[in-house]
Design a protein around this ligand. Structure first.
Ligand SMILES: *Cc1c(COP(=O)(O)O)cnc(C)c1O
Length: 398
């Protein structure tokens, strides 16, 4: 249907009627558990700043120092004159940290995914993606002109069956490392075996595992001990646990050289400010040298999980910082989220199309920056919602 002014006005009305309307909140404080949101002081459980680095004084200092040295704007794309020494140093640190030969920065995770997928898959080829992959991975597949199969969530048999049927045209298997709305992890070792068997690329988007999982904080691939031979395309963001902004793809020398020549979202965009890269590098350093944040995060996750289990909340099976509470319908999820606000707590309701229809949920995320008493406050507020009954809609087979 043509998007006339009348059609879009009706669309907006329908979205409101379906409780699917989206609106940004305005924050007037730094990113941390206690924030001022739309003028109201709130305790927040929805940030991806898993280690509490977004407002860390060392990151701020690194940012300020680089801004004093190099100004604000990078002025142009990396391949023109925008590739500052700070970008270069960050890429080298990322390569070393991930144990890959090289790493390449992108301005956002969305752009890294769209650019990398379209560079590695094209017409006449097939991409296999987990059904619950992040929207940016799905969009990358759409942009690539390749065919796309979305296999059942974490279902290796379904994937193997579909790949066998597909023949030799498979070019990529793509998965979230930690699934962004469910909090569970991909079986990346099994995916690596399938990818090798079919001579196809495996790409893991570890946006939510990087910094949090693995002894050093290298993410899911470190936790599982997977090399670049197993996972040739490792992607992660710098805007979550690293506390900054931007993203990267890490891999072998030629993989990265190939991306530099062909990833359009790398070539045709302005490089992020050098000061942002400097802050990222500091975040990376703190992740490697101060493991206590990961330990604190793990403790917080344990505390919340135990409390939630005690209350009989409809939790999903996740051991990560993402602890969704399954609700079902969007209006009920919105109502719970509103009720939590009256307790001074912000947990966002995640609704379709971010999650499948009938699977709206409260997405609780925990951070190393939360205190035990803040988590207790959340549990007390959740108890008052009387969610202890079964969720309105059972979690459907995926
Ligand atoms: C957040 C996220 C992205 C996008 O990263 P940005 O840097 O925010 O654009 C990509 N993939 C996953 C799984 C994410 O959670």
């Amino acid at each position: 249907m043509k998007r006339t002014p009348l059609v879009i006005a009706e669309y907006l009305q329908q979205q409101q009627a379906k409780h699917l309307y989206r609106k940004p909140r305005i924050t007037t404080s730094a990113q941390q558990p206690e924030m001022v949101v739309d003028g109201v002081p709130l305790l927040t459980f929805c940030s991806n700043d898993y280690l509490g680095l977004a407002n860390h004084p060392e990151l701020i200092k690194a940012f300020q120092y680089a801004a004093n040295q190099y100004g604000v704007g990078s002025g142009s794309a990396h391949l023109v004159s925008g590739h500052n020494i700070e970008h270069q140093k960050l890429e080298e640190s990322l390569a070393e940290f991930t144990g890959r030969e090289r790493a390449l920065m992108f301005s956002t995770g969305y752009m890294a995914n769209v650019g990398a997928i379209a560079a590695f898959a094209g017409k006449g080829e097939t991409i296999y993606q987990d059904r619950l992959n992040h929207a940016s991975l799905i969009d990358g597949g759409r942009l690539s002109d390749a065919k796309m199969w979305r296999y059942h969530h974490n279902d290796m048999q379904d994937l193997a069956r579909r790949m066998n049927k597909g023949g030799d045209d498979c070019s990529m298997i793509i998965t979230d490392g930690v699934f962004s709305m469910d909090g569970d992890c991909a079986d990346a070792a099994a995916l690596a075996r399938l990818a090798k068997q079919h001579k196809s690329w495996l790409m893991v988007d570890d946006a939510h595992g990087f910094g949090c999982l693995g002894k050093q904080g290298g993410g899911l691939v470190e936790a599982l001990g997977l090399s670049s031979d197993d996972v040739p395309l490792l992607m992660a963001t710098l805007g979550k646990a690293v506390g900054s902004s931007g993203a990267f793809v890490a891999g072998d020398h030629d993989v990265i050289e190939y991306l530099i020549q062909s990833a359009r979202s790398y070539i045709f965009t302005t490089a992020i400010p050098p000061a942002v890269a400097a802050a990222s590098r500091k975040g990376l350093e703190l992740i490697q040298t101060e493991s206590w944040r990961r330990e604190k995060l793990a403790k917080n996750i344990q505390q919340f999980k135990q409390g939630a289990a005690g209350l009989g909340l409809p939790m999903m099976s996740s051991d990560t910082a993402i602890q969704p509470i399954m609700v079902g319908s969007s209006d009920v999820a919105m109502r719970y989220s509103q009720q939590l606000l009256t307790h001074g707590i912000l947990v966002t309701a995640i609704r379709p199309p971010t999650v499948p229809n009938g699977e709206a949920r409260l997405r609780v995320t925990l951070s190393a920056a939360h205190t035990a008493s803040q988590i207790e406050q959340l549990l007390v507020a959740l108890e008052s919602l009387n969610m202890t009954q079964k969720p309105e809609y059972a979690i459907k087979e995926r």
